[in-house]
Design a protein around this ligand. Structure first.
Ligand SMILES: Nc1ncnc2c1ncn2[C@@H]1O[C@H](COP(=O)(O)OP(=O)(O)OP(=O)(O)O)[C@@H](O)[C@H]1O
Length: 408
């Protein structure tokens, strides 16, 4: 590193991560710096990063990081920060697109006009944009006749889900057929998003709409570049959330939607989420700016478009209601050692409801929760479970049913 007096560098800072500085002197193994925040500090040379000279810096940052003279961490962060201040949330690093979450709606960036602009435009000619990445892969597929992949990665809340939706929106734009019919393949592709989000997303401390699963979305095109089908594979849903949450997180959105659904909620003897143990472990029931009742309608509509029959839809919501009732079953110690019985009338009611909704025999459900069958060479032995073990099997059943429903 060329460290001389007057050299422009970045120095680490406890609060700002990095701060711009200039070398003013050398003190033994250390260098003395004057920072842009007006401090004089000492630092080891190996801890410093070189910085573009002020006069070389473009006012609004550069749209491709490869244009930076020094491609180091502070340089990258500083460039992103400057662009972000001007609402330029996208920046290239060669063919990689970096998106910084704007945490505000930017509709002008994603309208049809923008999609038209990016359609067929050489990569890098227009400002960095997620549509450009989608377009370049679409064209590569058409020209090379080979499948293309776009990988979207980032930490929780970074914007992966939104970005994926924008990519899908663009691909359905360039690969769609005439609009009109609600049940075209591209409509189905797009409506898979609200559906998956209802069942696989939840509020976390970092993101009100956090995907609690991974997904691989495959969009298939015919030889003319028209969408012909799609497949979505999901991975590793966070099962524990179904039975255990902490404030201010929430369970999966679909539960709150169902509770707010009016007639359907009544039909399944549901009420406010605060009545259900799987939801009231956290006192956060609402999401800012979101109406659960409206979201319920959206989920229903998405199910219609995706092609889930009304009968299946009923079965899905019935299962969700059953899980909520299941969670309200409590046990108290039975007469025999290490055994358990249904705690009270309230639990008996929820037990009956869960059994009815699961369409199973209530005694069988009770036996499943409060006993365990052990296979031995002499035959099977039924062993009673204590309260804690019975609650654990209740939760295990809820998690398994939910996870299978999600996979289905
Ligand atoms: N391009 C964007 N424009 C506007 N808002 C955005 C954009 N990207 C993200 N957001 C906002 O940030 C929130 C979080 O983004 P998103 O859910 O996509 O994150 P994520 O990376 O998928 O997180 P997780 O890993 O938790 O699922 C969104 O709900 C949205 O409000």
């Amino acid at each position: 590193m060329n460290l001389r007096k007057g050299a422009k560098v970045w120095v680490e800072d406890k609060n700002l991560a990095w701060v711009a500085a200039e070398i003013t002197d050398f003190r033994g193994k250390q260098v003395q710096l004057q920072t842009a925040t007006g401090k004089t500090v000492l630092a080891l040379p190996e801890k410093l990063c070189l910085r573009d000279a002020d006069e070389e810096e473009e006012h609004g940052g550069v749209d491709d990081m490869t244009k930076l003279t020094y491609l180091n961490e502070p340089g990258v962060l500083y460039n992103l920060e400057r662009r972000y201040a001007l609402n330029d949330i996208y920046t290239y690093t060669g063919s990689i697109l970096i998106a910084v979450n704007p945490f505000t709606k930017l509709p002008h960036l994603y309208n049809v006009h923008m999609m038209e602009q990016y359609r067929g435009a050489p990569f890098g000619e227009l400002s960095p944009h997620v549509f450009a990445v989608a377009d370049v892969s679409y064209r590569a597929m058409m020209n090379e006749g080979r499948s293309q992949s776009i990988l979207v990665s980032g930490e929780s809340g970074a914007g992966k889900t939104e970005t994926t939706k924008l990519i899908m929106q663009y691909l359905t734009f360039v690969g769609g057929r005439a609009a009109g019919d609600d049940r075209t393949v591209e409509q189905q592709v797009l409506e898979s998003n609200p559906l998956l989000e209802a069942f696989g997303n939840a509020r976390t401390v970092r993101n009100d709409n956090s995907s609690r699963f991974g997904k691989f979305v495959e969009i298939q095109f015919d030889a003319n570049g028209r969408i012909s089908g799609a497949a979505i594979r999901t991975y590793l849903l966070e099962r524990s959330r179904v039975v255990q949450i902490t404030d201010p997180e929430r369970n999966y959105h679909c539960f709150y939607q169902l509770c707010a659904s009016g007639k359907d909620a009544e039909k399944y003897k549901l009420g406010h989420p605060s009545h259900f143990y799987y939801l009231n472990q956290s006192k956060t029931y609402e999401l800012e700016g979101v109406s659960s009742a409206e979201e319920y309608m959206k989920t229903r509509r998405a199910m219609d478009i995706v092609g889930i029959s009304h009968e299946d839809q009923e079965a899905i919501f019935r299962t969700l209601a059953a899980i909520l009732h299941l969670g309200n079953i409590e046990f108290s110690p039975g007469r025999e050692h290490d055994s358990s019985v249904i705690k009270d009338q309230k639990s008996t009611f929820h037990m009956q409801m869960a059994a009815d909704l699961f369409r199973c025999d209530v005694n069988l459900l009770l036996a499943t929760l409060s006993t365990r069958t052990i296979q031995t060479r002499e035959g099977s032995i039924v062993k009673a479970l204590d309260c804690n073990a019975a609650m654990a099997s209740r939760d295990a059943l809820a998690k398994t049913v939910y996870a299978r429903l999600f996979d289905w």
